[in-house]
Design a binder for this molecule. Structure first.
Ligand code: DGI
Ligand code: FE
Ligand code: FE
Length: 193
């Protein structure tokens, strides 16, 4: 299976703890894909590769992004924490030759989310939040919500991230805000009816 090959490739690009995290995210993504009806193979692939460039130097990340033809917004350029999601999506295209847009997008938006998230986007976003290695305060709550409703979990995760970033006066990506607004509006409408 191709996933084994990809495991070997990324294990050489990161230290043991992050490799372990990547395997945990892939495992959780497979579980969520089965539970919520997403493509299981794509979930495993996007899960194992989602942080492929998290320990890659900034120069190499910028080269990957340029090679993939991606132009960063000014805000993205000024948020190095967001680069690995973008350069990761570039890496899987440019270096691994993956051309499945759903897999590419799930990696690209795994940190910020976005408006119009696909089921696979949501599976990877949440798998990253609740993988076995996560132990932040509130992870139990996230795991409980995830078992009931995936959209509620995504909204909860975005609200958690936005609150944390705002608290620390860090810029919030427009994609994060757009994803949050979309899901919050759907929830408000559902409550009214
Ligand atoms: O790569 P991981 O550590 O597994 O997790 P991740 O891809 O969710 O990255 C989390 C980091 O990204 C965390 O330090 C918060 C930051 N982050 C998430 N959303 C945003 C953000 N940073 C900025 N500037 N803006 C965002 O919208
Ligand atoms: Fe990440
Ligand atoms: Fe991650």
């Amino acid at each position: 299976m191709a996933v084994k090959l990809y495991e070997d490739i990324i294990s050489q690009r990161m230290k043991a703890p992050r490799f372990k995290h990547s395997k945990n995210v892939a495992k959780e993504a497979v579980r969520l894909a089965k539970k919520y009806g997403a493509d299981v193979e794509k979930a495993e692939l996007a899960g194992i590769l989602h942080d492929a460039t998290k320990e890659t130097g900034e120069k190499e990340q910028m080269e990957l992004i340029a090679k993939a033809g991606i132009v960063l917004t000014e805000m993205e350029r000024e948020s190095p924490k967001l680069w690995h999601a973008i350069s990761g999506s570039a890496f899987v295209q440019v270096v691994l030759g993956i051309n499945d847009q759903e897999v590419i997008d799930a990696i690209r938006y795994h940190t910020t989310g976005r408006a119009g998230m696909t089921l696979l986007d949501k599976v990877i976003f949440i798998a990253d939040f609740i993988s076995a290695d996560r132990d932040y305060e509130g992870v139990d709550r996230m795991r409980k919500i995830t078992e009931k409703n995936l959209d509620d979990a995504v909204l909860e995760g975005m609200s958690f991230t936005i609150a944390d970033l705002a608290q620390r006066k860090i810029t919030i990506a427009p994609d994060t805000m757009a994803g949050y607004n979309e899901l919050a509006a759907i929830r408000a409408r559902a409550k009214k009816s």
